[in-house]
Design a protein. Structure first.
Length: 114
């Protein structure tokens, strides 16, 4: 349909000084929003378990996992990664399920990035 309209405009006789301008508008696509995955501190989950979770589910090195765990311990919360909605949701579910199966009250949540 669009090409028929353009053809009709091109075939239309021009009056003196008139020109046809054909423009194509390219739709802007937005990137999907990203979500932060957060680990929350509690008084019962062993630090070693938190380090293991970070290494296993987030693929961080042992040294980086210890650093994140200490941030969670000292500040009460830490961002462990930023992902698309589906990946963040999966990681939260995996961590929560693993913690429950190992009888730890570790909490993992996600929130939309600003």
């Amino acid at each position: 349909m669009q090409t028929d309209r353009l053809r009709m405009m091109a075939d239309k006789p021009k009056t003196e000084g008139e020109t046809n301008v054909i423009t194509k508008t390219k739709p802007k696509t937005q990137r999907p929003p990203l979500y932060k995955v957060l680990l929350l501190n509690d008084d019962y989950t062993p630090m070693e378990f938190v380090v293991h979770v970070l290494e296993r589910f987030f693929g961080v090195s042992h040294a980086h996992a210890v650093e994140i765990m200490l941030t969670v311990h000292k500040k009460g919360v830490a961002v462990v990664g930023v992902f698309s909605y589906e990946i963040a949701e999966t990681k939260v579910a995996q961590v929560m399920d693993f913690a429950r199966r190992n009888q730890h009250p570790l909490q993992c949540t996600m929130e939309k990035e600003d």
